[in-house]
Design a protein around this ligand. Structure first.
Ligand code: SF4
Ligand code: SF4
Length: 413
């Protein structure tokens, strides 16, 4: 499979986010900023601010960026499909250029950049806590795979934190697994305003996939799916050159075909006391994807309640705040909307289907957070030896402690 070359002379590749924004179509109606649930603007203020953002007024851009989670929702409000989310990303990209360097805390959460001199990384630190078995699994997953006409399971940065149960899973035993320590889709970089870093990482990963042989790529992580399926064509002018489905679609497909049977379900309390925490990519992936998520959680036994903000107006788990500046307070600030929704729901527990949503809510939301993938594997008969709820134990080790001290100034101030 040929590499998608950003320097190709035969194809003009977009050079920045702004190429995905239809500058000429925009009528400066202000709907995008007015409808945004992270801004509290009157219609007149929204019209004035979008006009100044389009002109590149730095003070207004900075104020709007500090109230943005880069969730793409404003693009759904635009009556002329100008894609205002791309304008937000462009202004974020300009902020990164003004800073002349990537904040240390942002560098720390983006995997795969060691070759470019980014020395410390959260995922690499989490992997240092792997035991002997887990280290062997990651080494095995790093090697290119020949699946002939079968499916290949892409094990993303987050899914590699707990590799044991994926490798041992009876449910996933029909899939070969692939994903080395530094393989990253580039989506966190893309959402942080680092356009070139996102493209560099995505292309490196496409090169790695090209060394494997498979029919379909089964993707464990929604962020990776977002990068491959939506961001690459929309922002980078590149089609992802492989057939791809999410792991949820794969599991749903196998259940529908009668290949997998549900063997156990959650308790009555879990069934009745849980709400679904949609991720920022859920609505973007479309109705079929969301129906599949619903079929799966119902199969596991959940009767999930929807939160007030969902669909086009879905609220962010908090993770989107970190893309502004790599500052941890922004996570706390952003997750306030979802927290209020949760309070209104009168439900104690959360069901998340995105790793980012799981980690943010498990570490800060109260109640129990369930992870849909883990629950489905369990319901289909897998034993879970290292539950994802053990993430806190993996997060603090000698390496992460030392490196986190180094990023405190940019993470907290
Ligand atoms: S990307 Fe999301 S948070 Fe940012 S302006 Fe658009 S809707 Fe608001
Ligand atoms: S981007 Fe769309 S919604 Fe926003 S001001 Fe322009 S036309 Fe209106």
């Amino acid at each position: 499979m040929a590499r998608l070359d950003q320097n190709s002379e035969t194809m003009a590749r977009p050079k920045s986010y702004i190429d995905a924004y239809d500058f000429d179509q925009c009528t400066e109606c202000g709907e995008c900023l007015y409808e945004c649930i992270y801004k509290d603007l009157t219609k007149d203020q929204a019209i004035e601010n979008i006009s100044k953002m389009r002109q590149g007024d730095v003070a207004v851009c900075e104020a709007m960026l500090d109230q943005c989670v880069f969730c793409y929702n404003c693009s759904y409000s635009c009556p002329v499909n100008a894609n205002p989310a791309a304008l937000m990303f462009e202004r974020l990209h300009e902020r990164r250029n003004r800073e002349r360097g990537v904040p240390a805390s942002l560098q720390y959460i983006i995997n795969g950049m060691e070759s470019q001199g980014w020395t410390h990384n959260l995922f690499q630190d989490l992997y240092t806590d792997h035991n002997k078995d887990e280290k062997e699994i990651i080494a095995k997953w790093s090697e290119p795979k020949d699946c002939n006409d079968g499916d290949l399971l892409w094990c993303s940065c987050a899914s590699r934190v707990f590799p044991y149960d994926i490798e041992q899973s009876h449910v996933l035993s029909g899939l070969q697994k692939f994903g080395g320590k530094s393989d990253c889709c580039g989506l966190p970089a893309f959402r942080s305003g680092l356009f070139d870093v996102g493209r560099f990482l995505a292309n490196n990963l496409i090169d790695r996939f090209s060394q494997c042989r498979f029919k379909r790529l089964v993707v464990m992580c929604g962020s990776c799916q977002d990068m491959f399926q939506l961001a690459l064509p929309e922002y980078f002018g590149q089609e992802f050159p492989f057939e791809m489905i999410s792991v949820y679609q794969y599991l749903d497909e196998q259940i529908q075909n009668g290949n997998f049977q549900i063997k156990r379900q959650v308790t009555v309390d879990e069934k009745e006391n849980t709400c679904i925490f949609h991720s920022c990519f859920g609505y973007k992936f479309g109705k079929d994807y969301l129906s599949c998520i619903k079929r799966l959680y119902q199969a596991v036994g959940f009767d999930c309640m929807e939160l007030v903000h969902n669909g086009e107006n879905n609220a962010c788990c908090g993770m989107g705040g970190v893309y502004r500046q790599g500052n941890l307070w922004d996570i706390m600030n952003v997750k306030g909307v979802k927290k209020k929704d949760l309070k209104k729901s009168n439900k104690e527990n959360i069901l998340a289907y995105c790793y980012g949503c799981y980690f943010t809510s498990h570490l800060s939301q109260g109640g129990t957070t369930h992870f849909l993938l883990e629950k489905v594997l369990w319901a289909l008969g897998d034993e879970i030896k290292y539950p994802i709820s053990g993430i806190l134990g993996r997060s603090f080790n000698f390496s992460s402690f030392i490196h986190m001290i180094g990023i405190i100034p940019s993470a907290l101030f």
